[in-house]
Each structure stands twice: as structure tokens, then as C-alpha cells.
Design a protein around this ligand. Structure first.
Ligand code: HEC
Ligand code: HEC
Length: 148
């Protein structure tokens, strides 16, 4: 047992000793280049969630619609999905919300399930709420007029 451990650590040591050397040869440089970290960089500006509003127009076919309301405190876990308490087919009318589409019941083999498919369960993987952030880069994207 001891021998195996020793052999193992020798191997590890050998490996860890080896990696930095080979990396150093490739001269890895960070995106920041040679600039050191600023000591007192400005704090990022706080972003506010947008107020609840009407649905946001979609820009292309099959775009997951953006979430036009706040979702703070809306839990999605193994036992509970807060989004479904308003967006499920049984609750949407009462809540005045859009019901999730048929596509959300289909698994990846296109079998239609009785409940929301596992791959659509974590809504915020695809649907995102909005903040008052300015775009990081200029964007001139225009949706096709036929989609509007
Ligand atoms: C308390 C009820 C409620 C909950 C909970 C809720 N929503 Fe909504 N949601 C609404 C309503 C109401 C609308 C707006 C419908 C309208 O104005 O036509 C809406 C709109 C949306 C839309 C836009 C639909 C479209 O056609 O553009 C998306 C996407 C959405 N919600 C996703 C979510 C997600 C994801 C969650 C969970 C994180 C969630 N919602 C939780 C009530 C709710
Ligand atoms: C894998 C990505 C994905 C996930 C996860 C997902 N959606 Fe969607 N959702 C979409 C796409 C794409 C569309 C638009 C095309 C469509 O209707 O299938 C959409 C459409 C919608 C719509 C608008 C339906 C309509 O008739 O216009 C609502 C509401 C919605 N989703 C809510 C939800 C909720 C609630 C969840 C979580 C239970 C969820 N989605 C999970 C991708 C996703």
C-alpha cells in the first residue's frame, strides 16, 4: 500500500513539475497583457431590474422570449418551479400569463410528455429578465421585416 502511494505521489510530482515548464514554453499571456491589476478599480455600476411590462418583441424565429418581469425569489429546483405557477397550462389563464408552448413538452426524441420536458425545466437557461444595462458593444442587428 505504502509503495503504491509513494509511486503515485512520485508520478504526481513528476507531472506537476512538468506542466509549468511546458506551459512556460508556449508563453501564455492573459488578455490583460502586461498590465498589472488596478489596485482600486471602479466598482461596477449597480443594475436595476426593469419594471414589469408588456411582452418584449422578438427579433428572430425560435427566439426564447425575454422575460418582461422581475424574477427575484422565483425558485426553480427539484421539487418546485415557481415559473410554472403562472405559466403552466392549468394556471396561465388565472395568472394572465402566456402559457408555455407545446415545444416545452417534447423531449429530444420529439416524444410529447404529459409534463414539461426535463430539458425545458430550468426556464432561466433560455429566458432571461432584463436590466437597465447599455450594450457592451455596438449592435446593428435588424430583424427581418417579415418577422415583425
Ligand atoms: C406571478 C406570475 C408569474 C410568475 C411566477 C412568472 N411569470 Fe412570466 N409572465 C407573467 C405574466 C403575467 C406575463 C406577461 C403576459 C402579458 O403581459 O401578456 C409573463 C411573461 C413572461 C414571458 C414573456 C412571454 C412572451 O410571450 O413574450 C416569459 C418568457 C416569462 N414570463 C418567463 C417566466 C419565467 C422564466 C419565470 C420563472 C423564473 C416566470 N415567467 C414567472 C407571470 C408570471
Ligand atoms: C432550452 C431553452 C428553453 C427552456 C429551458 C425553456 N424555454 Fe420557454 N421558450 C423557448 C423558446 C425557443 C421559445 C420560443 C419557441 C417556442 O415557443 O418553442 C419559448 C417560448 C416560451 C414562451 C412563449 C410561448 C408562446 O406561446 O409564445 C413562454 C411563456 C415560455 N417559453 C416559458 C418558459 C418557462 C416557464 C420555462 C420553464 C418551465 C421555459 N420556457 C423553459 C426556449 C426555452
Amino acid at each position: 500500500m505504502k509503495k503504491i502511494l509513494l509511486a503515485g505521489s512520485a508520478l504526481l510530482f513528476g507531472l506537476t513539475g512538468f506542466i509549468p515548464q511546458s506551459l512556460a514554453q508556449d508563453e501564455i499571456r492573459s488578455l490583460r497583457g502586461d498590465h498589472p491589476l488596478d489596485e482600486n478599480s471602479a466598482e461596477p455600476e449597480m443594475k436595476n431590474w426593469q419594471l414589469d411590462r408588456d411582452p418584449i418583441p422578438r427579433d428572430h424565429v425560435k427566439q426564447p422570449p425575454l422575460i418582461p418581469h422581475k424574477i427575484q425569489g422565483y425558485r426553480i429546483n427539484l421539487k418546485f418551479n415557481k415559473c410554472m405557477s403562472c405559466h403552466s397550462w392549468t394556471k396561465y389563464k388565472e395568472a394572465g400569463a402566456t402559457k408555455i408552448s407545446q415545444s416545452h413538452f417534447e423531449d429530444r426524441e420529439n416524444n410529447v410528455m404529459a409534463n414539461v420536458a426535463a430539458r425545458r425545466y430550468f426556464c432561466t437557461q433560455c429566458h432571461v429578465p432584463q436590466v437597465n444595462a447599455r450594450p457592451l458593444v455596438e449592435n446593428t442587428f435588424q430583424p427581418l421585416p417579415t418577422i415583425k
